[in-house]
Design a protein around this ligand. Sequence first.
Ligand SMILES: Nc1nc2c(ncn2[C@@H]2O[C@H](COP(=O)(O)OP(=O)(O)OP(=O)(O)O)[C@@H](O)[C@H]2O)c(=O)[nH]1
Length: 205
Amino acid sequence: MVMKMNCTGVVLAGGESSRFPIHKAFAHYDGEYFYERAVSCLKPAVSSVYLVAHPSIAHKLSASSAMVIQDLPYLQGQGPLAGILTAMNIREGADWYAVITCDMPLMRTEIYEILLTAALCTPGIQAVVPVVKERQQPLAALYHKSCKPVIYKLLTEGKRSMYGLLQSVNTKYIDELCGDWNPHDFININTQEDYSLYIEKGLRE
Ligand SMILES: Nc1nc2c(ncn2[C@@H]2O[C@H](COP(=O)(O)OP(=O)(O)OP(=O)(O)O)[C@@H](O)[C@H]2O)c(=O)[nH]1
């Protein structure tokens, strides 16, 4: 286990889940809700965990080891960047924010420990992002507090893409040759079909 940095965990749990029959935060894996798994994944690697969601979802979330917060009113409905900016505003004292999407139920704490070590060893870096099969994973990544004004500017300009943020800050990418992970750690459940394939049938990529 790496030394704990001043890092706050951010579980993004407040999207629309329009491609899934129920809200994805409340899908199950191994007897737990997806959002509970996300909290458990981050908790050992960070100082505190915030569950961030639209108010319509936030009041249904409850976790003993995380604080539930609502997307700030002026950010509601603007996607993952809005959730991250909300956490950065409410928990201002952190140097780093470890972000996890609630729809990657196989994600592991060790991956965040690798990302935190990379952040510690790379002065001046603003984001640390894993790459899996040549695909960047901005929703399982670290963001430095200096990203806050950049996210604010992007959202003010109507730019909601996570990839836009990666291009706008000093981002370190880590691929599977350097990080100890497999594609199945990053399995992302968006549809009932994904859930049937990867969760019910237990298929690995
Ligand atoms: N707090 C917060 N989280 C969000 C918001 N939009 C998306 N998320 C979360 O960000 C992660 C990625 O979301 P997506 O899968 O791209 O979008 P989604 O709305 O959950 O699902 P779709 O409607 O099917 O695209 C998920 O964990 C969402 O819960 C938002 O506006 N606020």
